[in-house]
Design a protein around this ligand. Structure first.
Ligand code: NAD
Length: 418
């Protein structure tokens, strides 16, 4: 089982065993729950613009098929390896189960710096990756979506490549597509909207007003930028933002609409301002009410957790907090943690809405999408908080316990196949 190595999978494994201990899951049941059903590795050759041939390594990990097809994003990033992809697939399983979606978790990725590719090269790589995956995916076996480094355009290329092979348009093979090709209204914004909605619920619980609350957001891609905009729209003051190119901080509050306009044109934060430039390593530790890591995993370790000065830690990214940091946060009850599998679940919830709309070819308006999204998040939020209070555990333990127990129960009644 040791093909799944590396710090991110180690983190998923450590978390799982602590939940399994909490749920008293016998030792012989654990490997079946933790280790993926399938992992696929492929080579993706691409002609570069300068005439050279480059080969990129791609992966897809399908964690379990016990509750329905697998579902999960595709990440294009230099860090991608099979361990990272497997960890993200495992987290997707607990997230889907917690949200009550009929899916197992999956994840895919290509080891590549997507910012180093031209548009033509990105299209070539996206189409080749999907082509290699065709024998292993399908609308009722494994449905892809965007993640770091991929977007609606990449999903449109995935869908088109799969459809050409089938000889018919199969929109339901991916979610997070442009609305023009069977995507749903509200999917692009769903994750960030969900993060802001849950932050508001958490602030309510703490008796803190959103108006005038201060926020810091790390990551200014799909999740981070929409979260910053949605927090600002709810009256919060966004003090700091960062992406991989720049970090800005203003104690008086940043102009979020201006940042969004800049990022839309430049494709990055760099170039927005010289005066507001700030040390990215210190950003997460600045005093604020709401802290949203929305870039990558393992950015909050034990030492950083000691220095956090926020009231709500809203995990927009997957796996931003290490188990060491979690141990510190257990001793800091003044910080309300909205754990990743709850906090960023808005993305997969609206992906599920997109999939069912595609299967029925019956499309909803955006108000219906958002209303159903908020109701699903509210249900999961209340379940997590109730369980945490009842069992005197952290919100993360409660959230993961709900997800893991649901998959365990389904596996127990079904048998060994899925
Ligand atoms: P994205 O590619 O759109 O954006 C990623 C952002 O992170 C970019 O702004 C990038 O510059 C920034 N970043 C990368 N390295 C950084 C660094 N060292 N410091 C600061 N910023 C850095 O990706 P996304 O879809 O917004 O995903 C972000 C996170 O949210 C990931 O953990 C992803 O798994 C998770 N997530 C995404 C969705 C979704 O619907 N897109 C859903 C659930 C979870």
């Amino acid at each position: 089982m040791n093909i799944y190595s590396g710090p991110v999978f180690d983190m998923a494994r450590t978390q799982f065993h602590s939940i399994a201990d909490h749920l008293d899951i016998p030792a012989d049941e654990r490997d079946r729950l933790l280790y993926p059903k399938r992992a696929i590795a492929v080579s993706c050759p691409v002609h570069r613009d300068d005439g050279r041939l480059a080969v990129y390594q791609g992966f897809r990990v399908q964690h379990h098929l016990t509750l329905g097809p697998t579902k999960g994003g595709t990440r294009f990033a230099p860090s991608v390896d099979i361990g990272e992809v497997a960890a993200l697939a495992v987290w997707m399983s607990w997230k889907c189960a917690l949200a009550g979606l009929p899916y197992g978790g999956a994840k895919g990725g290509v080891t590549v710096d997507p910012y180093s590719l031209s548009l033509r090269e990105l299209e070539g790589l996206s189409r080749r990756y999907m082509q290699e995956m065709i024998p292993f995916v399908g609308p009722h076996t494994d449905v892809m979506a965007p993640d770091m480094g991929t977007n609606e355009q990449v999903m449109a290329w995935f869908m088109d490549t799969y459809s050409m092979y089938q000889g018919q348009t199969v929109t339901e093979i991916v979610t997070g597509k442009p609305v023009a090709t069977g995507g749903t209204l509200g999917r692009r914004e769903a994750t960030g909207r969900g993060v802001a909605y849950l932050v508001e619920r958490a602030m309510d619980r703490l008796g803190l007003p959103m108006t005038g609350a201060t926020a810091i957001v790390q990551g200014f891609g799909n999740v981070g930028s929409v979260t910053a905009a949605a927090l600002a729209a709810r009256g919060a003051k966004v003090l700091g933002v960062a992406d991989h190119t720049a970090c800005y901080f203003d104690p008086k509050g940043l102009d979020v609409p201006a940042l969004l306009r800049h990022a839309a044109v430049a494709g990055k934060l760099a170039g927005f301002s010289n005066e507001l430039a700030f040390d990215p390593a210190a950003l997460l530790e600045q005093p604020c009410d709401i802290l949203v890591p929305a870039a990558m995993e393992r950015v909050i370790d034990g030492a950083t957790a000691q220095r956090l000065q926020c009231r709500v830690l809203a995990e927009g990214a997957n796996g931003p907090t290490t188990p060491d940091a979690d141990a510190v946060l257990q001793l800091r009850p003044e910080i309300f943690v909205i754990p990743d599998i709850l906090c960023n679940a808005g993305g997969v919830i609206v992906s599920y809405f997109e999939w069912i709309q595609d299967l029925q070819q019956f499309f909803w308006d955006e108000a219906e999408v958002n209303d159903r999204l908020y109701r699903a998040l509210q249900r999961a939020f209340v379940q997590v908080l109730d369980r945490a209070a009842r069992e005197k555990v952290s919100n993360r333990t409660a959230a993961m316990a709900i997800g893991v127990a649901k998959v365990r129960d389904a596996k127990r009644v079904r048998g060994l196949f899925p």
